[in-house]
Structure formats: C-alpha cells, structure tokens
Design a protein around this ligand. Structure first.
Ligand code: ADP
Ligand code: MG
Length: 300
C-alpha cells in the first residue's frame, strides 16, 4: 500500500454530514479500503469558516463556483495520477469527467468529495445557507458499500440522522427509482439498485454539490436514462454536479461540460459539442477515441 492518509484536511471546511460514515457502517466491500471514516474524522476537526469559499472565477457562470479544485497533483508511489489539474463547477452546471480506466477519475472525484486529500492542491466548496453555512458535498463512490441486512429505507434513515434538516426518505427513494424496493434488504438488491441507493445516500440533506463516480454503471438502459434525468433535475434545481461515466451518449446529451482526463491532465475541456468538433469527430464516443488514442497509457 503506497497510499497514505492525509494528516491535515486540505480544505477550510469539513465534509458534509451526509458523507460521514460512522465506523459501524464501514463495509469491506466498499472501494474505499482506507476509509472515508478516517478522513471524515480528520476533516471533522477542521474549523469551518462559512466566509471562505471558492474565489470568484470569470470562467464560471454567475461568477462564483459551487466547488473549485486548484492545481491538484497526486501520485500513488511511482504512479503519478494527477498532474496539476484544476476544475471549477458553477451552481446548476453538470460536468462529466471521462477518461480511460485507470486515468484517475475516481481519485479526482474523491478529492472533490473531500474524502481524501491530494498530495498538492486545494478543494474549496461554497457554503450555503441551506446547510447552516456548511459546505455540502454529496458523494456516490464507485462501489458504494452498505450493511447487507438493512432495508433500503432503513439505510437512508440511518444517514438522514447525520444531516440537520428533516429528510423524507420515501421521497428520496422515489427520486432514485427505488420506491418499490424500500423494504427490501440491501443484500438482495442488484448491483445497479445498490448504486441507485448510493445515489439516494448522496442526495440525503440536499447538498449543493454532488459528486457521482460512475452512477450509471450497472444500470439497464432505461435506468441510465432515468439516472441522467435525475442529474438534469438536480442541475435545474441549482445543484452543481460532477460525474464520471463511460455512457458517452447520455453524457453528450446531458452534460454542460465534458472534461477528458488522460495522462494526469485534462486533454479536453468544454461543452460537448465543442469537444466533439475540436477533433472533427461525429460524436463524443468517436472524439473520446481520438483524444485519448494519442496519449500513452502505460501500466494502468
Ligand atoms: P479511474 O477511476 O479513472 O479508473 P483511479 O482513480 O481509480 O482511475 O486510479 C488511477 C490510478 O491510481 C490507477 O493506476 C490505480 O491503480 C491507482 N490507484 C488508485 N487508488 C489507489 C490507491 N489507493 N493506492 C495505490 N494506487 C491507487
Ligand atoms: Mg474509477
């Protein structure tokens, strides 16, 4: 294990309560083996300062981003995963992060969700009145882990107790298409349904920023459409959304902006049409092949 835990939170504010997983909920099946819990505990010691947030950014609609990452660099041992990456996302904007397997998407999204800290760089999240001045980031990990014996509804009830406002769990389940599975044991849910439950967990407490790591993975085509409809509705309500996805058709239709990560850097960043036209491609799928084909991807 070449990875290490940060000793200092990288940000000025602690992560949202909805992302805190008390040790008793840790699942070994999670893709977060080093633990969101340890990081959350570290971040919980941070001194929240509601006045601090991302700096105004002339490239961001409305001026002030909901979340801003600046000059993020990170290596796992000898493998340099991110090399000075910056990303600002406006309220109501949908940014899709695409890139080959192993290009660092999940790593970047963990940094944005502030469940871990990069070697270098900063992530700042605007505070909102709705969160009692707290910065809010809802996070769906690539492989969300839950207690198998809890029902879907009980699972969300559990997380609901960590946010300040009342949470209508039935409404959250309805939003993510799991109303009929409310009483089903999480262990009996399919992979796709478990991901939808993870999306529900990310939405508990209505965070102003949601970070979704491959939310459409494992979903049938109808649910993929539904997933992107949910994402659109979130953005329409002013939520800043950052998601990774290999579903480039829906990404092209839904995202306001596509960033292509390869070789530790963004090799393209723009609205989907501009990214497609930049390489003279017919669609995002073809553009993706062109954009990453020229990059050397070794050992990943
Ligand atoms: P993606 O999500 O784009 O598939 P990841 O961010 O998961 O990529 O991984 C990027 C690279 O970092 C890969 O080479 C992966 O093996 C490596 N990596 C990711 N997490 C760790 C870790 N905790 N320890 C060591 N290497 C890691
Ligand atoms: Mg990943």
């Amino acid at each position: 294990m070449t990875d290490h835990e940060p000793t200092e939170p990288a940000t000025d504010e602690s992560i949202t309560m909805s992302n805190r997983e008390p040790a008793t909920t840790a699942e070994t099946a999670s893709d977060e083996p080093t633990g969101e819990n340890a990081d959350a505990d570290a971040d919980a010691d941070a001194d929240p300062d509601p006045d601090l947030g991302p700096e105004p950014d002339p490239n961001v609609e409305g001026g002030r981003p909901a979340i801003a990452a600046t000059d993020l660099s990170h290596a796992f041992g000898d493998v340099r995963v991110l090399d000075g990456v910056s990303l600002s996302v406006a309220p109501g904007e949908i940014v899709a992060l695409v890139g080959p397997n192993g290009s660092g998407k999940s790593t970047l999204l963990r940094f944005l969700a502030r469940v871990r800290a990069p070697d270098e760089g900063t992530v700042t999240v605007a505070s909102t009145d709705a969160g009692g001045g707290r910065a809010r980031v809802g996070y769906l990990p690539q492989q969300p882990g839950f207690r198998a014996g809890f029902s879907a509804a009980d699972t969300l009830e559990f997380y609901a107790q960590f946010v300040d406002e009342d949470v209508d769990v039935a409404e959250v389940l309805e939003r993510v298409g799991l109303a009929d599975a409310a009483d089903r044991r999480v262990g009996a849910l399919s992979g796709g349904m478990t991901r939808l439950l993870g999306l529900g967990r990310a939405l508990v407490g209505d965070p102003a920023v949601v970070v979704l790591d491959e939310p459409a993975s494992g979903l049938d085509p109808g649910m993929v459409e539904r997933l992107f409809d949910i994402v659109s509705a979130l953005a329409d309500a002013g939520v800043a959304v950052v998601l990774s996805s290999h579903n480039l058709g829906p990404v092209e239709r839904t995202a306001d902006r596509v960033v292509v990560l390869d070789g530790g850097r963004f090799v393209a960043d723009g609205d989907p049409r501009a990214v497609v036209e930049s390489v003279g491609a017919a669609d995002l799928q073809t553009a993706f092949g062109d954009l990453v084909a020229t990059e050397e991807v070794t050992g990943r």
